[in-house]
Design a protein around this ligand. Sequence first.
Ligand code: MG
Length: 206
Amino acid sequence: MKIRIGYGWDSHAFKPGVPLRIGGLAIEHPEGLAGHSDGDVLLHAITDALLGAVSAGDIGSFFPPGDARWKGADSAIFLNIALEEIQNAGYRIANVDTTLVLAAPKIAPIAGEIRERVASLLDIPPGDVSIKAKTPEGLGLDHVAQAHAVVLLERVEENNDVRVMHAEIDETMSVGADEIDEMLKEMSRGRKSAVKKPAFDTEDFT
Ligand code: MG
């Protein structure tokens, strides 16, 4: 399959005296988001979307909230593991679309900055990242921040070097095309075996 889609959602309650981080950006605000980690609701949703796109479990199965190592952890660590998972599965990000739902602070004035930060963490151009925000009208959730994220992945094509090597071996050696295909499949199987196996036995409180 050449493309895959992933969806992630997360929520965290606001808490006084905690630094606020959204999309890896430190934001001036009287309250932050409570969580076992740094509570970065947006990075958690994107992490889940990436893991979901390659059917690799969720953030809670990789980083159990009962594990003291992740207390106050920078959520960029979680994002990096999810990026490794999609790379190991042979995919890269085509684009990411997100929606934050929160009463305050206002996101529109800093959406560009969040976009730059998220794009930098994902190592993709800012034009491939979208940050939208809404207020939780009628939900009675003014002390909660929610984030939704959708990612589209595209399969990384066999690079030119491998294709040229394939053609050269084909011409100069007595190895048949079938055997070369088998060697390439073997390489691909080796790559897949590097994918970590999630536990699937935890709910996410990260
Ligand atoms: Mg979370």
